[in-house]
Design a protein around this ligand. Sequence first.
Ligand SMILES: NC(=O)c1ccc[n+]([C@@H]2O[C@H](COP(=O)([O-])OP(=O)(O)OC[C@H]3O[C@@H](n4cnc5c(N)ncnc54)[C@H](OP(=O)(O)O)[C@@H]3O)[C@@H](O)[C@H]2O)c1
Length: 239
Amino acid sequence: MDPRVVLVTGGARGLGLASAREFAARGDEVYVAWRSENESSRALTSEFGANALRCDCEDEAAVRELVETVMAREGRLDVVVHAVGEYESGPLEALEPRTLRRLLSNNVESALLVARAARAALRASHGAVVFFACAGLEGLRAKREMAAYAAAKSALLVLARSLAQEEGRHGVRVNVVSPGMIPHPHAADDTFDPKLAAKIPLGRFGTPEEVAAAVAWLCSDDARYVTGANLEVGGGFTP
Ligand SMILES: NC(=O)c1ccc[n+]([C@@H]2O[C@H](COP(=O)([O-])OP(=O)(O)OC[C@H]3O[C@@H](n4cnc5c(N)ncnc54)[C@H](OP(=O)(O)O)[C@@H]3O)[C@@H](O)[C@H]2O)c1
């Protein structure tokens, strides 16, 4: 079988990078999109070469150009993993409206832009999409210390499930992975809190590689009857 063509957006570090590496290890042709010029993007470019492409996923024209570039080079696109998703915590009384707008744009609007740009290509390949939400959002639960982030990820969950319903008849599967606390060198401080780690039923934090394995499974043929799902990868803990 020809290798699949996989696009990971927001993949310069953390869970996106681990996912990109997991697909590459499985023999797929992997493209990784990054936004900011920094140490992570330079390392990414040396690892993925010409398959590391710059793209701000909140810029509609840039996202369209990203997908066009992949299609021009490969002629197909089988999998999209959208790992973009900024985090911010703090009490709601201190939340600035501009912060809420930024989180909605970064977590939700970027997902819509990527889905729109990749729609035709994914329909042609009967492909798969994975978005990232956050463990513990089912049932629209209140989140005292991260209300704006939880609101944005909850909106993303609804968008993803709606997309799964719309795309199902075109043979495209859309799923969500919801990590728990997954520390990595650039993760938010909250993900390193030992008091929280003690409350995780599996007794430890997760690793980016464990999340990546779940992402890869959802995009594999083994999950061919799975769409509209929200797979929590959090060691059983609901933050
Ligand atoms: N790590 C966890 O414990 C955890 C838990 C629950 C959910 N999640 C979710 O899982 C996903 C990945 O998490 P992570 O910890 O790997 O996140 P991360 O360390 O913040 O990495 C996110 C990546 O996305 C890029 N990005 C941000 N905005 C972008 C944009 N507009 N266009 C293109 N790239 C953009 C960032 O690049 P820049 O260098 O430009 O900022 C960065 O490389 C996120 O959606 C996050 O909300 C993570």
